[in-house]
Design a protein around this ligand. Structure first.
Ligand code: GLA
Length: 719
């Protein structure tokens, strides 16, 4: 009797709202082609029954095996990595989650949200699993909310955004690792029993050594156009972690989230810990379809100004580095006009007076124009640009400081540094402590002051060259383990303010190359700088890597003087596959080359509907090949553009035609090589002739040559 009363008491008091197990609801999260299915077990716990190709017959769902517990907790009977770990007020480190309720709602056409609420049966801890599904794009966005009503804060030592389970014969992980100037290299490995962890600890960015996304092929290695591939992405501009664990039953568990390294979080009662978003797609036609899913989704839902076009530009960085004055810059603006680009972008080196920014060792943090370089301020430059009919953009790196600066002298308490140790510098600079609201105001103020003084500034390049070093926040005092999380949240606060006040201001994201390449940051930025390496050969690989995830309108690609053994045409053709810019002086080119670049800008503008808004088909990979080719097809399949590059072909190599993709097989297309050096003709077989889409996709075009560093741009227009 006593036992029954206790049980009844527990049901009424400890477990408000927990359903009796007999209900065992099935929860379907679906897109046009994917099903993710959860069901509540007889024990009231939530299991992932299925993830894969869409299951359309409701009655079939009963046949699915139970699967593994959806969001595994520490301290219970599972022996592998948990998604969450909590220390309760009484010192108990366990969590047992039972289903409470779920809800589904339609957010807008084709976008639905499902929220599954789970609760511990002994402690007042609530976990909400959120799933936002984008029907047409086959993307699912997930995040988790953690809250509790214990008296004192609970300690969170793991807090995954998502946990997914797969049960297949084999698993192949593709990661995108590298280093500065060597970003997003593609390597693939089979996963066997045990764990593979992909993570970073850079603090102020996600990436330098490895990108915050992956591809996971099941049963066989990932291919471009066939096979099942799950592609995941974490939206967090800081330390992230993916854990891939194959268990004793050869089942794979994928845990994605903030890297919990040095980041135990004390969560007070009634406050919600919201994890970053994890986005994934599941393609049944290889990597290519997965990329197109992400590109479409990003343009439609995630990217800042995803549906808008992008500006071509001339940047002065590689043309001048820090060595410029007003006249030199105005001269470069004239060159921008000659090139026909939309904008002139002033890079690093325009600010600071006590310690003028003459190199990267001083001045960072002091955002007043250097008087002897720019006696009439930025205002004069903005005016000149206006007179010349081009836009003006400017570089900032507002989250950082050189120790040799007035900002550091005045506000050392704003700098992340260890109070009792020598300072360690990365590129002679340190990171400001964005967990501190006063620092957030300062960083916002850098943009706000420039925009207030010069409202015609039309673009920012926002840089962030140093990871967090000397890891100690003077502001957080005895809560140092919050630094990595609060710092990134502080950055988002600032970016929210910038976006709210200047909603139409396009911005490029840069972190010493591709250090910030994640979809949360791209909510605030229209594009990013994938690498400081602009050697066109390297760029073929780097852009191939990033194109797996990001649409071309986000991938800034500039024509520079890196690798002069490649012609200006080759360099420009590579850059035209992204968001085209120039970082070069006209005097670095002869007359023909200058004329070529002008024409190329014109061609690029014409091709924008295909390159920026269309579908990308990667035709021939540069990995393991002497050639590479990609094409873009506009959404109504009326026009397309194919890029073909011969890198280091072998003597006497057999060249095969390349089959195009994504065209309408019933349409007739005119095939025409464009973007050629002045005076040179095309040797393309079938140039300026009509072909059916069927022919182009079945037989293909002979686009490759045995000429070293040769490139082609071929326009395909429906008649
Ligand atoms: C970083 C960027 C470059 C340039 C320099 C300026 O390295 O990646 O493009 O802006 O900073 O210091």
């Amino acid at each position: 009797m006593k036992l029954r009363l206790t049980l009844l008491f527990c049901l009424l008091v400890c477990l408000p709202g927990i359903l009796i197990a007999a209900d065992t609801p099935t929860i379907k999260i679906e897109t046009e082609n994917i099903s993710l299915i959860y069901r509540v077990g007889d024990n009231g716990r939530l299991y992932q029954h299925y993830l894969g190709r869409k299951l359309t017959y409701e009655s079939d769902l009963n046949h699915l095996p139970q699967g593994t517990e959806a969001y595994l907790t520490h301290g219970m009977e599972d022996y592998f990595e948990p998604a969450i770990q909590i220390l309760h007020n009484d010192g108990n480190p366990s969590l047992l989650l039972k289903y409470v309720t779920h809800s589904s709602s339609s957010l807008e056409g084709g976008v639905n949200e499902t929220i599954i609420t789970l609760q511990d049966d002994k402690y007042p801890v609530t976990i909400k699993l959120h799933y936002i599904s984008y029907d047409k794009e086959d993307i699912i966005k997930t995040f988790t909310e953690i809250s509790h009503r214990e008296k004192k804060p609970v300690i969170l030592s793991r807090y995954a955004s998502s946990m997914l389970h797969l049960n297949r014969a084999k698993y192949f992980l593709t990661e995108f690792a590298g280093d500065w100037a060597h970003e997003a290299n593609i390597t693939e490995q089979e996963l066997d029993f045990g764990k593979k962890v992909v993570d970073t600890k850079l603090g102020a960015r996600a990436n330098m050594f490895v990108s915050p996304f992956f591809q996971l092929a099941v049963d066989r290695k990932a291919e471009e156009n066939s096979g099942e591939v799950l592609v995941g992405n974490i939206g967090w501009t800081g330390n992230f972690q993916f854990t891939f664990e194959v268990d004793n039953k050869n089942e794979l568990r994928i845990i994605s989230g903030i890297n919990p390294y040095a980041s135990e979080y004390q969560l007070p009662a009634n406050e919600t810990f919201r994890t970053p978003d994890f986005y994934f797609t599941y393609s049944f036609e290889g990597r290519g379809q997965a990329s197109r899913n992400f590109h479409d989704w990003a343009r439609r839902y995630q990217l800042k100004d995803g549906d808008k076009t992008r500006m071509t530009l001339l940047n002065n960085w590689e043309a001048t580095y820090f060595d410029f004055n007003e006249d030199k810059l105005i001269g470069l603006m004239d060159e921008a006009v000659k090139l026909g680009v939309d904008m002139f972008l002033l890079d690093d080196g325009w600010f600071a007076n006590k310690y003028p920014r003459s190199g990267d060792h001083q001045g960072l943090g002091d955002w007043d124009e250097t008087k002897d370089k720019l006696p009439n301020g930025v205002g004069r430059l903005v005016e000149e640009a206006k007179k010349k009919g081009i836009k003006f953009g400017i570089w900032i790196e507002p989250e950082m400081v050189n120790p040799k600066s007035e900002l550091y002298e005045k506000h050392k308490d704003w700098v992340i540094h260890l109070p009792n140790r020598d300072e360690y510098y990365f590129r002679n600079q340190m990171v400001l402590d964005l967990s501190n609201p006063a620092v957030q105001d300062h960083v916002f103020g850098v943009v706000d002051k420039l925009m207030t003084n010069y409202p015609d500034i039309a673009f920012f390049k926002w840089d962030c060259n140093s990871p967090i070093t000397n890891i100690y926040s003077p502001y957080l005092k005895n809560k140092q383990s919050h630094l990595y999380i609060k710092h990134v949240r502080g950055l988002y606060n600032v970016l929210e303010r910038v976006k709210a006040k200047y909603p139409n201001l396009p911005m490029m994201l840069c972190a010493g190359g591709g250090g910030r390449s994640d979809y949360e940051a791209l909510k605030y930025f229209t594009e990013f700088w994938p690498s400081d390496n602009t050697d066109p050969i390297e760029r073929l690989f780097i852009q191939w890597g990033f194109s797996q995830i990001f649409p071309s309108k986000t991938l800034c690609a500039h024509v520079t003087t890196w690798n002069r053994s490649a012609s200006i045409k080759f360099r420009t053709d590579v850059a035209m596959m992204g968001k085209l810019g120039f970082d070069i002086k006209l005097e670095d080119m002869n007359g023909d080359e200058q004329q070529f670049c002008r024409q190329a800008v014109g061609h690029y503008n014409q091709l924008k509907p295909a390159i920026l808004e269309g579908d990308l088909y990667r035709l021939v990979s540069p990995y393991g090949s002497n050639h590479t080719s990609s094409m873009f097809v506009d959404k109504d399949k009326k026009s397309a553009v194919v890029f073909a590059f011969d890198i280091y072909p072998r003597y006497g190599e057999k060249l095969l035609p390349v089959r195009l993709q994504g065209l309408d097989r019933y349409k007739k297309y005119r095939v025409k090589e464009i973007n050629m050096m002045p005076g040179s003709g095309s040797s393309l077989q079938g140039n300026d002739q009509l072909f059916s889409g069927e022919y182009l996709m079945t037989v293909g075009l002979n686009m490759f040559t045995t000429q070293r560093l040769h490139s082609r741009v071929i326009e395909i227009v429906a008649q």
